[in-house]
Design a protein around this ligand. Structure first.
Ligand code: FAD
Length: 167
């Protein structure tokens, strides 16, 4: 849970970190765990100590938690969309292994820890494309709920990620 560990609310901040800034395991502000806005506030705060400068919003910056998340969901749902309708046992094993490693390597550490817990409880279902697409949709909805976002109608996952919308 992002709010519980590693935030400035948890332990005294080493310097003047903005409220809610999530630290990485190295104790430094974590790019992949915070929004760009939090980093902008951080930069503005640091600069205002020297001069009244407004930080410039560039596009080619390291991914924040939202860009990383959106791009990752795009990759995962696209993998579901191109997964075989009747995968071989090897293909099923590969997808299971991939999901297990993905959950360990995801760059936002608290997102990764929650996702690891989720796939332990709800093992990836990989025996057909539609089964995996639905499993992934449900997993994404868990994160949506955690973040207070609307849930997605999983009967429409193929339209969103594979075939395009029916008119
Ligand atoms: P996203 O949630 O990124 O969704 C992208 C698009 O997918 C949507 O526009 C919609 O068209 C479609 N979509 C939405 N829901 C579904 C669904 N259920 N099935 C199929 N398609 C769908 N952020 C945090 O702040 N805290 C976290 O703990 C956290 N955990 C994450 C864990 C994982 C594994 C991943 C991949 C991301 C996580 N994120 C987390 C990022 C978060 O889920 C969002 O990606 C981010 O907030 C940007 O949201 P968004 O509104 O652009 O839409």
């Amino acid at each position: 849970d992002a709010g519980a560990v590693g935030t400035t609310g948890d332990a005294p901040p080493p310097t003047q970190l903005p409220k809610g800034m999530i630290l990485g395991k190295d104790g430094k502000p974590c790019r992949a765990c915070n929004t760009k806005q939090t980093f902008m506030n951080f930069a503005a705060q640091a600069k205002s100590k020297k001069a009244a400068a407004i930080p410039v919003m560039r596009k080619d910056c390291p991914a924040d938690v939202e860009i990383l998340g959106r791009s990752t969901w795009t990759l995962l749902h696209s993998i579901a969309a191109t997964y075989p309708t009747t995968p071989t046992p090897n293909e099923q094993n590969d997808l299971k292994s991939f999901m297990g490693l993905f959950a360990k390597l995801y760059p936002c550490w608290f997102c990764a820890e929650d996702f690891q817990r989720y796939i332990k409880k709800e093992e990836p279902r990989v025996s057909t494309r539609d089964e995996f697409g639905n499993w992934l949709c449900e997993a994404h909805n868990e994160v949506n709920k955690k973040l207070g976002k609307p849930t997605f109608d999983c009967s429409k996952w193929q339209e969103r990620w594979r075939t395009g919308w029916k008119d």
